[in-house]
Design a binder for this molecule. Structure first.
Ligand code: ZN
Ligand code: ZN
Length: 347
């Protein structure tokens, strides 16, 4: 089968690789119809994640049709349309029983190398999904592949970030970064009832999309985002700040934008090891700070329901639709920020 494989910095190829097979009774094989390139795949593209072996099949955002299942799979059968979660959970370890699926003791991330369970990815014609009953969801009737795909990762990541921040109706939410996750954070904040959503970015196209979705665009290259947010919040600062970029620079900005007693929820993936936490000001301002990888299994049913109900349109972020064979071009465009979101048509 054809698959997108990793060979090193800026070296992504499309190759013939062996087809995956059911190896555990709880496995399913999914014939991928649509895969996407995630912002976190760019960390692999830039060779920032240790534990990648040459030839690793990439990709963890996908939808498809179940091809075959192991004898212990109960919820799915051949022919079912499914969306998968980007992180794999077993469903019955201590962490999973607590509902912390993102901390599963047997978990991993598809297509993310040895450090994340060595699971071949989904930018391929077929993918093996361990613990299929736990990690797949049926696509609600009437939803297209493009509407469903992001529930398995970035839409639910953004939704979870807003949920973790405890956004209440009538609050003002600043979103740092209007890439795919930031755009979904804007849409999620509106679902949660934000009175005002302030969208901060440097790229005009992304800000224009944020504005079209009802956010107030703030171009951090043309004006000071701190004074703009203060002006929009009566000098108080945002009740909630969603950091959707990753790295110390935007984290620092989040602390400058949040009001006293407010909440920061950071979901941008940081390749940096450490961050100089603003200890004294966070103490006196009594800031709530939430950081971390999303718990997709906790929220995916809610995001799929919101999409099915027409409350969130996830297709607005798609800028490029390419055949799987053109994945290297997709990675390049995305890395150069010429694409907001690339989806790969696999079947
Ligand atoms: Zn991802
Ligand atoms: Zn588990």
């Amino acid at each position: 089968m054809k698959a997108v494989t990793w060979y090193g910095k800026h070296d992504v190829r499309v190759e013939e690789v062996p087809e995956p097979e059911v190896t555990e009774p709880t496995d399913a094989i999914v014939r991928v119809t649509l895969a996407a390139i995630c912002g976190s795949d760019l960390h692999l593209y830039h060779d920032e994640i240790p534990g990648m072996l040459p030839g690793t099949v990439l990709g963890h955002e996908f939808v498809g049709v179940v091809e075959s299942v192991g004898p212990a799979v109960r919820a799915f059968k051949k022919g079912d349309r499914v969306v998968g979660t980007f992180h794999i959970a077993c469903g019955h370890c201590r962490a999973c029983r607590r509902g912390d699926y993102h901390q599963c003791e047997r978990g991993g991330v598809l297509g993310y190398g040895l450090a994340f369970g060595n699971l071949p990815g989904a930018q391929a014609e077929l993918v093996r999904i361990p613990y299929a009953d736990v990690n797949l969801r049926p696509i609600p009737a009437g939803l297209s592949d493009e509407q469903a795909i992001f529930a398995g990762d970035i839409l639910t990541t953004a939704f979870g970030a807003v949920k973790n921040a405890g956004l209440r109706p009538g609050e003002r939410c600043a979103v740092i970064g209007c890439g795919p996750v930031g755009i979904f954070a804007i849409q999620s904040a509106q679902v949660f009832g934000a009175a005002k959503t302030l969208a901060i970015d440097l790229i005009e196209k992304r800000l224009a999309l944020a504005e079209r979705l009802g956010a107030i665009p703030i171009d951090a290259g043309k004006s000071n985002p701190v004074s703009r947010v203060m002006a929009e919040t009566g000098g108080e600062g945002a009740d909630v700040v969603i950091e959707a970029v990753g790295g110390s620079q935007t984290l620092e900005l989040a602390f400058d934008l949040v009001r006293g007693g407010g909440r920061i929820s950071a979901v941008g993936v940081s390749a940096e090891e450490t961050f100089a936490f603003p200890l004294m000001s966070s103490f006196t301002k009594a800031i709530h700070f939430h950081l971390g990888v999303a718990n997709i299994h906790r929220d995916i049913d809610a995001t799929l329901a919101l999409v099915a109900a027409g409350r969130i349109d996830p297709t607005v972020i798609i800028s490029h639709r390419l055949p799987l064979e053109e994945a290297p071009k997709g990675y390049r465009l995305f890395a150069e920020r010429k694409a907001t979101k690339v989806v790969l048509i696999a079947g």
